[in-house]
Design a protein around this ligand. Structure first.
Ligand code: NAI
Length: 257
């Protein structure tokens, strides 16, 4: 039996992940805005600190796996705060608890959206600037619908870059902790309910995000991969962002390997 912490555990992919882990007999500490073992707002510094302290208490100081799923896709600055800073704070803040496990694993959720148009300046500020400056840039992008959507893609792109450069370092790979991510295509969760509600919506989405292998999928499909990445069986994947997207990544950049 292993002990996992899952953020975003109250809905969608996080909920499916927590349920799958529990069905396999593991202990799960769920975190989300509400209705969870730990209720914390990951868009704020206080919420992130609360998550870490509460996780220390509830876990007894040791975690075998951290699965950072919480995120949102609205074209507003808080999206960057949760998706990038909230996820990085979760992984970095809980890393000391992972180091006490005999087989620690960490996984995040990026997105196929990182392959879509993004704002280079916001990505740079997320990775190298202050949170205040990055959120100010996001507020500029939020003023028009076209650029507003780039807040989400930029947050996921920055997260993927952070993860790929962080995973091989002494703190992670050097400490024996595989750190990886999944980048899902369209998953049928509350996040996408509106997008797929009408035939026109589905057709538009299919044009924007072609998924030739079986199309959009349920949350448990993503959960199974997250659970494997956080399992002891995954001993040598490091800094991988695995596109589980029915082929969208391969359609878009199949010649990039
Ligand atoms: P969801 O909306 O069903 O679940 C997201 C969860 O994150 C919610 O329970 C929400 O309360 C929580 N959350 C949002 N803001 C938070 C905050 N400030 N503090 C703490 N928790 C917060 O959406 P879904 O689809 O399960 O999304 C999970 C992850 O998967 C997200 O990171 C999302 O960006 C990513 N993703 C989703 C895709 C999709 O098509 N549904 C595609 C690619 C990535």
């Amino acid at each position: 039996t292993r002990t996992y912490l899952v953020t975003g555990a109250a809905s969608g992919i996080g909920k499916a992940t927590a349920a799958l882990l529990r069905s396999r007999g593991h202990n799960v500490i769920g975190a989300d805005l509400k209705d969870s073992d730990i209720n914390a707002d990951l868009s704020t510094v206080q919420g992130r600190e609360h998550l870490i302290h509460a996780a220390e208490e509830l876990s007894g100081g040791v975690l075998d796996g951290v699965i950072a799923v919480a995120g949102l896709s609205h074209p507003i600055p808080v999206t960057a705060a949760v998706n990038y800073y909230g996820t990085v704070a979760t992984l970095e803040g809980l890393r000391p608890l992972l180091t006490r496990s005999p087989a620690p694993r960490a996984v995040a959720v990026a997105s196929m959206a990182s392959l879509q148009p993004f704002d280079e300046e916001l990505v740079r500020l997320l990775l190298e600037g202050t949170e205040q400056d990055a959120l100010a840039r996001a507020a500029e992008l939020a003023t028009t619908p076209a650029t507003g959507h780039q807040i989400y893609s930029s947050s996921k792109r920055a997260l993927a870059r952070w993860l790929r450069t962080t995973a091989p370092t002494a703190e992670w790979a050097g400490a024996g902790i595989p750190l990886n991510a999944i980048a899902p295509g369209v998953v049928l969760t509350p996040m996408t309910t509106e997008l797929v509600a009408t035939p026109e919506g589905r057709a538009k989405l299919n044009e924007q995000v072609p998924m030739p292998l079986n199309g959009p999928f349920d949350a448990d499909v993503a959960a199974k991969l997250l659970v494997w990445l956080a399992d002891e069986e995954n001993s040598h994947l490091c800094g991988q962002v695995i596109f589980i997207d029915g082929g969208y990544d391969a359609v878009l950049r199949g010649d990039s390997t």
